[in-house]
Every structure is written in structure tokens, then in C-alpha cells.
Design a protein around this ligand. Structure first.
Ligand SMILES: [Zn+2]
Length: 115
């Protein structure tokens, strides 16, 4: 559990980064916004910590809450609506076709003009 209430400071809590870097932040518990995971978003490890958190399950998306706990960013897994799920599927198809085109271009040594 990344949130731990501090017994020595009443009303305060300590939030630990879920990315595994070991960074912590102390703040008033009532100022913490609910999230599934908290990451430090530090310049050195922020990207690594973000990628270390579990991906949302199928049918869920990841909402990003900046400043969820002081300077820590919150990640919340939320169920997607049918419209959002269709948009995510379209985006994955566009990404897949783009990657396929790049692979073909690299293998053939030519550049294909997009339609
Ligand atoms: Zn971290």
C-alpha cells in the first residue's frame, strides 16, 4: 500500500512511489486524490516508474491525475465506455498499420507514400 498514515504527525500521510524507486512524499492525508497507483514523476526515474506500474486490464483505460499527492502523479484504472473502447481500437489499428509500413519500407529500402 503506497499510502501510510503517519502516527507522529496527526492528519499527515506518506505516499511511496509505486514505480519502485523508493521516493516518498509527505502531505496532509485529506489532500491526497484517489488513484490506483502513485508515481514520483521525477526527472531521473519518472518514465521508468510510469512503465513499471501494471497496465490497465482489458476494457479499462488509465486516467492520469497530475498532482494527486503533492508532486506525485496518480494513475487510476477506469472502465472505458463503448465509444472510448472503439477509439482505442482504431488507434491501435492505425499504430499497427504504421509500424507494418515502416517494417516494409525498411526491408525494401524504399519509402512508401501515404495514401
Ligand atoms: Zn519513482
Amino acid at each position: 500500500m503506497p499510502i501510510k498514515l503517519l502516527t507522529e504527525k496527526e492528519g499527515w500521510a506518506c505516499v511511496t512511489c509505486d514505480g519502485g524507486c523508493g521516493r516518498k512524499v509527505e502531505l496532509r492525508a485529506k489532500k491526497i486524490q484517489p488513484a490506483t497507483f502513485y508515481i514520483c514523476d521525477s526527472r531521473e526515474d519518472g518514465r521508468k516508474c510510469f512503465e513499471a506500474t501494471p497496465k490497465p486490464p482489458l476494457g479499462f483505460c488509465r486516467a492520469i491525475i497530475y498532482g494527486a499527492a503533492a508532486h506525485f502523479t496518480g494513475l487510476r484504472h477506469e472502465p472505458m465506455s463503448a465509444t472510448e473502447a472503439a477509439a482505442a481500437l482504431r488507434a491501435q489499428e492505425i499504430l499497427a498499420s504504421g509500424l507494418a509500413r515502416l517494417a516494409i519500407e525498411k526491408a525494401a529500402g524504399v519509402q512508401i507514400e501515404p495514401k
